[in-house]
Design a binder for this molecule. Structure first.
Ligand SMILES: [Zn+2]
Length: 280
């Protein structure tokens, strides 16, 4: 199946603070984060069977995409799009999750210890995990550092994930970007818990790094925990699919190991919606 588990919609000028826009402009160029719904549909979502889409509403990061914007877009293409809500544990609790689940028909949660300056073992996060498990909502975690200068890596330590996975066995958690920059540590956490996954979003842009990470998952027999996500607008589903299927070109003509094509295909065409138990 053609499934993308990680895409964004956002209007830069409306949803991002001037400070955070200045930092993304300097890293990737002006307008790099602008991804209106129509463009999202035309460039990537319409090519897929299912695309998960979210905004980002994280106060410390200066990103305030309202979930009504996401829900209205999803309602235009309900056969393809699946909306996730943004939850900031410093602002939101169980009531807000229930409201967005029932009133906006959102099917999962995007959150982040880094973007929210809130550690995973903070009691406010525990409310999010237990509510998500009770409602059957998967959680996508943006774990590691990104552009905002006002968010701090000290909050993003992944070690609490072990106890969270054990305490909430019915809660499926996807760690974005293969757990960057704690890839090795996160691999050795993820491989022990059937309810933990990583996605490959925004990895094809660093082909050598991506190749090494996938080899690591291959050698540790953990590829069944790897999901396809593009991180649109940083890549489309198609570009991500092709980048994944071509990852072995790094090793061609060398003695370096390669990932069997059948294993790559399993990641590329996995029915992630069924795997995560998302109620469509
Ligand atoms: Zn993302």
């Amino acid at each position: 199946m053609k499934i993308d588990i990680h895409t964004h919609v956002m209007l830069e000028k409306k949803h991002m603070s001037p400070a955070v826009r200045a930092s993304t402009d300097s890293l990737w160029g002006e307008g790099s984060m602008d991804c209106p719904c129509e463009w999202h549909w035309e460039k990537t979502a319409r090519e897929t069977d299912r695309t998960v889409v979210f905004g980002s509403r994280f106060q410390a990061a200066g990103m305030m995409v309202d979930d009504e914007y996401v829900a209205n877009y999803v309602a235009q293409h309900p056969e393809t799009l699946i909306g996730f809500m943004s939850i900031d544990p410093t602002l939101d609790g169980a009531n807000e999750i229930e409201r967005k689940c029932h009133d906006l028909n959102l099917k999962g949660i995007k959150t982040s210890p880094f973007y929210c300056n809130c550690a995973l073992d903070d009691p406010r996060f525990e409310i999010i995990f237990s509510t998500a498990e009770r409602l059957g909502l998967p959680i996508m975690l943006h774990q590691g550092p990104a552009f905002p200068q006002t968010c701090f890596t000290k909050y993003a330590d992944p070690k609490p994930l072990e106890e969270i996975a054990l305490r909430h066995p019915k809660l499926n958690i996807i760690i974005a970007h293969m757990g960057y920059p704690w890839e090795y540590e996160i691999l050795h956490i993820v491989r022990r818990y059937p309810n933990l996954f990583v996605d490959i979003s925004a990895m094809i842009q660093q082909p050598w790094d991506f190749y090494n990470k996938l080899i690591m998952y291959h050698e540790w027999h953990c590829l069944d925990h790897v999901l396809l996500g593009s991180d649109f607008p940083f890549g489309t589903w198609k570009e991500t699919y092709n980048g994944l299927m071509n990852v072995n070109y790094m090793a061609e003509g060398t003695h370096l190991p390669q990932i069997p094509e059948k294993d790559l295909l399993r990641i590329a065409e996995r029915d992630t919606i069924d795997l995560l138990g998302i109620d469509t």
